[in-house]
Structure formats: structure tokens, C-alpha cells
Design a protein around this ligand. Structure first.
Ligand code: S3P
Length: 449
């Protein structure tokens, strides 16, 4: 990825948000749609694909490994090379800011007889890769990563795949859909059964889509209540036509914007509401948010609905720690909702947020304080005292919010700007391009109706 110069923007109060809109395609499903299509034999078609930088990084990497990936009239066509058919890329794969691209593609390379080097931006290069290196090495891949001063394995790293790899039974030590998916992708080209034991349920898009492509995969619950996912390799995948639903993690910013801004009444159409992703909506409803789901339907095995949201007086709550995996990307925007709620919101069980695109607990605490919010940072969560719907002070001029190359920090504080006296200046809006390039336009469109 080419690095862009930072683009500071100030987000100001806008009046009520009204109207009907839709958000771009789901990021997680878009990555998986491209990857599985590249592994099928023949031509798959994908509509609604997110054209954010993260997903485009996955598309470029798949091209570099031999798949033909092209776009015409809003439909993406992927000519897959078949499981086992990937070619060795002739240069390093640039993953930009995308942890999902990196971890999933590491799994893919691990069981092919090829070698690939992964590089990324400053944020991605700080993120821990040991969690995927461990199981993939047990399957036989030879992986060399840069070791940081605190002994973390980070990018740049090189994966030398083993073909055939060794099937593994592995209990996930962290609740991570990326680790689970990396192993499933490695398992596709591995003879025998790759089995993953998941003590805490994480997003299940890989399992659903693998079934859709015709892989032999079963999901059971064991005596201890863990999910046990068994995949039989070497798989043959059939090309598919995929419709990617709108991303609930992007819709989240508009939902919270409407909840906190007086007079707002919006509908976000065609949003994925898979229960492994929809925790934020449940938490906001518990806080008193007027959120309802219309026209519930299933698209490509994924539950989808139109989400109707009206401005609401929110109350602070204790957010149960066990809901975290189903809203792991939504805490930054939940913290903004909490900052405008009545009373105290307490969150816990969030140490994973410290290893996302930024340390999201510390970046959010710092930014909220700049806006005049009373916030306490603990190792695994934040406690926030809300303003009961009163405008926050804001932060403009030199006191800019530090985005730290994190799209969700940038967009969360942009939403907070709607409910401040003076607005919120953020130091860089360009990270929004990774997952939600239309963000600024959509907020402006809702504000001008
Ligand atoms: C993702 C899984 C989550 C999430 C990320 C996307 C995926 O990461 O934070 O934005 O597509 O599998 P972890 O699996 O590391 O929690």
C-alpha cells in the first residue's frame, strides 16, 4: 500500500440525522468471499464486496498467488486456481493495515508448497502474530517473524508452507476468528481432519461460507459447551455466486450517531445481523436505544435486516464481559454512546482491544478525556461517566484526537463531534478508507435531509 499523507478533519454538530441509506459490504465476509473463490475451481461472482483498502490488499495478494480477480459493473469475478493450486508470489505481500488479510492468508500459504513474505504499515507491524504462528508451525509451516523487544513475533514475516501439512486438533487459547479461520484455510489443503476447539464463540462466517462452497465441515458442541469445528481436507471447492451483506461494524457508527443526536430517525438497509456480530445492538437496546429490525431475511446463509434507529435517552449499564466477542470491533463507538448516556457504563474483559489496529482502550480513554469526559482506564476495560445527553466540550485547534492509524478510533470520534459544543478535530481521517470509505459522505447525506 502506498502511504498517504494524514488528512485532519473537524467534525461539527449537524442537526438531526434522517433518511434511509445502506452501508458498504461486510469486511470479514468480503475477505472470505475472495479467498474461498480463489480456491474454488472456476469462476465465482461476488456482489456487494467491500472496496476498502483492507479487502483490496487481500485481492492483490490473491492475484500475486495466481488467481485472476477482476471487477466489472459492480460485480467482482474471481477465477479460482483450486485448493493446492496457489503459486509462489514473486514479491512481498503488502497487507497495509489489515490484520485479517495477514492472518487468513498466512493460513492459506502454510499448507501450500510456496513461500510468502508479509509486510504491513506501522500499525500492523506492531500486532502480535504468535497466535497464528503457533498452530500453523505445528501443522508444519516454517515461519520466521521479526521479534520485538518485548518478544512478540511481528511483521515482516515469512511463511514457508509445507505440502502436505499435518492435520491438527487445536484448542484456541484466544477468542479469535482470525486464528480459527487461518487454521481452517490451512486445513483445506491438508489431508485428514483439522479440528478446532473453540471455548468462546467467535464470528462464524468462515464456517458458513466453507459449507456454501461445498467443503466437508461439521460444527458440534462438546460436553464442556465448546464448539468443535472439524474440516476434512483435501477439499474441492465449487465456485459460487455470493452477495455480501452490509457491514454491521460500519452500520454501528451511523446507529450510534442517530441514537445520540436529538431528532434523528434513520433506517440502515441490508445490514448483516449474524448473532456472532450483533452484540452492540443488544447492548444499546439495554441502554434504552430505540433500535428495531425490519424485513429480517437470510442472504447467502447470513441473517440480514434493515435497522431502524431513533434518537433515544441512553442510560449507563454494566456491559457483561461475555458479550465482548460478538462486538469486539464496536467498543470504540460504544464508548462514545456511553459518554452521552445518563450515569456510569462499565466494560470489562477487553484486553484484546489493546492489540487491535491500535491500543483501543488507551486511545479511546485519551481522546475522551480531551473531550471533557470522565473516564477511568483499567487493564481490561473502561468506566465512563456519561453527560446525560448534554453536549460534550469538544476539542479543536491544536488539541486533535490521535487516530493512531486506527479507522475505528477515527470514525468514533467523528461521531462524537456531532454532540459537542465546538466540534472534534481528528488528526487523520484517511484510516477510514480501510473499512468504510463512504463514511464521511454518508454522515453528510443523513445530516442534509
Ligand atoms: C475478524 C476478526 C476479529 C476482528 C477483525 C475481523 C475476522 O479479530 O477484530 O476486525 O474477519 O475474522 P480477532 O479474530 O483477532 O478477534
Amino acid at each position: 500500500m502506498t502511504s498517504k499523507s494524514p488528512q485532519p478533519v473537524t467534525f461539527k454538530p449537524s442537526g438531526p440525522l434522517t433518511g434511509k441509506i445502506s452501508v458498504p459490504g461486510d469486511k470479514s465476509i468480503s475477505h472470505r468471499a475472495l479467498i474461498l473463490s480463489a480456491l474454488a475451481i472456476g469462476k465465482s461472482r461476488i456482489s456487494g464486496l467491500l472496496e476498502g483498502e483492507d479487502v483490496l490488499a487481500t485481492a492483490d495478494a490473491l492475484r500475486a498467488m495466481g488467481a485472476k480477480v477482476e471487477k466489472k459493473d459492480d460485480v467482482w469475478t474471481v477465477y479460482g486456481v483450486g485448493v493446492g493450486g496457489l503459486m509462489q508470489p514473486d514479491k512481498a505481500l503488502d497487507m497495509g493495515n489489515s490484520g485479517t488479510s495477514t492472518r487468513l492468508l498466512m493460513g492459506l500459504v502454510a499448507s501450500h508448497g510456496i513461500t510468502a513474505t508479509f509486510i504491513g504499515d506501522a500499525s500492523l507491524s506492531k500486532r502480535p502474530m504468535g497466535r497464528v504462528i503457533d498452530p500453523l508451525s505445528e501443522m508444519g509451516a516454517d515461519i520466521h517473524a521479526r521479534e520485538t523487544a518485548d518478544h512478540k513475533a511481528c511483521l515482516p514475516l515469512t511463511v514457508r508452507g509445507l505440502c502436505p501439512a499435518v492435520p491438527l486438533e487445536y484448542r484456541l487459547p484466544v477468542a479469535s476468528a482470525q486464528v480459527k479461520s487461518a487454521m481452517l484455510l490451512a486445513g483445506l489443503n491438508t489431508p485428514g481432519i483439522t479440528r478446532i476447539i473453540e471455548p468462546v464463540l467467535t464470528r462464524d462466517h468462515s464456517e458458513t461460507m466453507l459449507k456454501g462452497f461445498g467443503a466437508q465441515i461439521s460444527v458440534e458442541t462438546d460436553a464442556e459447551g465448546c464448539r468443535v469445528i472439524s474440516l476434512t481436507g483435501e477439499a474441492e471447492l465449487q465456485p459460487q455466486k455470493i452477495k455480501v451483506p452490509g457491514d454491521p461494524s460500519s452500520a454501528a457508527f451511523l446507529v450510534v450517531a442517530a441514537l445520540i443526536t436529538p431528532g434523528s430517525d434513520i433506517v440502515v438497509e441490508n445490514v448483516g445481523i449474524n448473532p456472532t456480530r450483533a452484540g452492540l445492538f443488544e447492548v444499546l437496546q439495554t441502554m434504552g436505544g430505540d433500535i428495531s429490525f425490519r424485513k429480517k431475511r437470510t442472504v447467502g446463509g447470513e441473517p440480514v435486516a434493515d435497522i431502524h434507529v431513533k434518537h433515544s435517552a441512553l442510560s449507563g449499564i454494566v456491559v457483561p464481559g461475555d458479550i465482548a466477542p460478538s462486538m469486539i470491533d464496536e467498543f470504540p463507538i460504544l464508548f462514545i454512546a456511553a459518554a452521552l448516556a445518563d450515569g456510569k457504563t462499565t466494560t470489562s474483559g477487553l484486553s484484546e482491544l489493546r492489540v487491535k489496529e491500535s491500543d483501543r482502550l488507551s486511545q479511546m480513554a485519551k481522546g475522551l478525556r480531551l473531550l471533557g469526559v470522565d473516564v477511568t482506564e483499567r487493564e481490561d476495560g473502561l468506566t465512563i461517566i456519561g453527560s446525560s445527553g448534554k453536549l460534550l466540550v469538544g476539542s479543536t485547534g491544536k488539541k486533535m484526537i490521535e487516530t493512531a492509524l486506527d479507522h475505528r478510533i477515527a470514525m468514533s470520534f467523528a461521531v462524537a463531534g456531532l454532540m459537542t459544543k465546538s466540534g472534534v478535530a481528528i488528526d487523520d481521517i484517511t484510516p477510514a478508507q480501510t473499512s468504510f470509505p463512504e463514511f464521511e459522505n454518508l454522515i453528510a447525506a443523513l445530516a442534509s435531509r
